[in-house]
Design a protein around this ligand. Structure first.
Ligand code: CP3
Length: 356
């Protein structure tokens, strides 16, 4: 709360946004109801998204400001969620740095040349500041339409970015990046530093253009031991989060399968820690010493269960969330593409009623 009141006038954290349920909760302050948003709320579950995207590649959509703004706004209009999350992707800053990367439907990010050696790392292009202009424009257009609803900016964390870069595409166990950090720690360090600079610049551009909070996605950090996380990853994630530290916006740090890493992820410089569905929120809150705001962790699988089953699960999540000094309600991971949109809209109403 102290940090938030230090925000200068004219910054995105003004007026209604500053008093919003999301920003108050992230600051450890009471709110009118629990804030709720959904990871991957913009996307294939929405018919209006599929229509807007028709004939346009994923990365092209991300780099077309009018389209990126429209897609970002769609779930706010439809579901009444308490935050927008910027429509983009964790590999967008790589693309803007001229790395040959594409997002293949049904598969994920794929690099033309995987980054496997010290020479590959040394050849990675830097992200020019001007390349971020389409991101700035998309954020500014979005914020102009959002009014009092905050926009969350985001970036991929260095490990998750490096996991795609080294593998060259999605993988299950992330063996190659985990090998690299031990087999060639200097090359690993240089790669993680590049990723931290690139993601940090991407985050900073979004906040400077009007985002009121950020989330760092370390989606695959759960494949790491705590020792590897502390020795080879944490300081790089701290660098990415530090890129926006002086701007005074709250920072959320999320990963999946990270029950053993929650404290280390908080200590990288986060105000709130995202928790996946594998660990109950009260357990997560205790592991965080009862002093850190948590986000999560409705199991996405339950979205397709009968409504009373989903409601009972959600009540349990809300109850457990009270063990933390603040709870931002979300799913334990992204919205599955087959989700019926009305289920999400109804869930927002239910959560607001239960927590008023
Ligand atoms: O609503 C939102 O959450 C905002 C937009 C967003 C996207 N990707 C859009 C997207 C965000 C925050 C991301 C982050 C992202 N991208 C992560 C971290 C979050 C997580 O899920 O753990 C990761 C690991 C990626 C990499 C990535 N991009 C994957 C694995 C995929 C899925 C590939 C597929 O088709 O199944 C993507 C593509 C992607 N990113 C889509 C969207 C809406 C689907 C593209 C499409 O509609 O064709």
């Amino acid at each position: 709360a102290r940090r938030l009141s230090a925000v200068p006038q004219g910054h995105p954290l003004h007026g209604a946004v500053r008093d919003s349920a999301l920003i108050r909760t992230l600051g450890g302050l009471p709110a009118e109801h629990a804030p709720v948003w959904f990871m991957r709320q913009a996307g294939r579950s929405l018919p209006e998204y599929r229509e807007a995207r028709a004939g346009t590649g994923m990365l092209e959509a991300c780099l077309t400001p009018v389209l990126a703004a429209e897609i970002t706004l769609q779930p706010v209009r439809r579901h009444g969620v308490d935050a927008a999350i910027f429509f983009s992707d964790i590999v967008v800053p790589m693309k803007l740095a001229s790395v040959a990367v594409d997002i293949v439907a049904g598969r994920g990010p794929v690099l033309e040349h995987p980054v496997r050696t010290a020479a590959d790392v040394a050849a990675l292009p830097e992200l020019p500041d001007a390349a971020l202009d389409p991101i700035r424009e998309a954020v500014a257009r979005t914020v102009a339409e959002l009014g009092g609803t905050p926009l969350i900016g985001f970036a991929g964390a260095p490990f998750t970015i490096a996991a795609y870069a080294v593998e060259g595409g999605p993988s299950r166990d992330h063996l190659r990046p985990r090998t690299m950090m031990h087999a060639d720690p200097a090359a690993w360090d240089a790669l993680a530093q590049w990723a931290a600079r690139t993601s940090g610049a991407f985050l900073r551009a979004q906040v400077e253009a009007g985002a009121s909070a950020v989330q760092l996605f370390d989606s695959w950090a759960g494949s790491l031991s705590l020792a590897d996380y502390e020795q080879h990853v944490q300081r790089h994630s701290a660098d990415a989060l530090a890129a926006v530290a002086d701007l005074g916006v709250p920072r959320i740090h999320f990963g999946t399968g990270t029950g053993e890493l929650l404290g280390a992820m908080r200590d990288a410089g986060a105000d709130a820690v995202g928790v996946d569905y594998r660990i109950p929120l009260d357990v997560a809150a205790r592991r965080l010493g009862g002093r850190t705001v948590v986000q999560g962790n409705i199991d996405p699988a339950l979205l397709d269960a009968p409504r009373d089953v989903l409601h009972e699960h959600t009540r349990d999540v809300l109850r457990r969330g009270r063990a933390a000094p603040g709870h931002v309600v979300n799913l334990g991971h992204g919205v599955p593409p087959g989700t019926v949109p009305d289920v999400l809209s109804e869930l927002v109403t239910f959560i607001h009623k239960e927590t008023r």
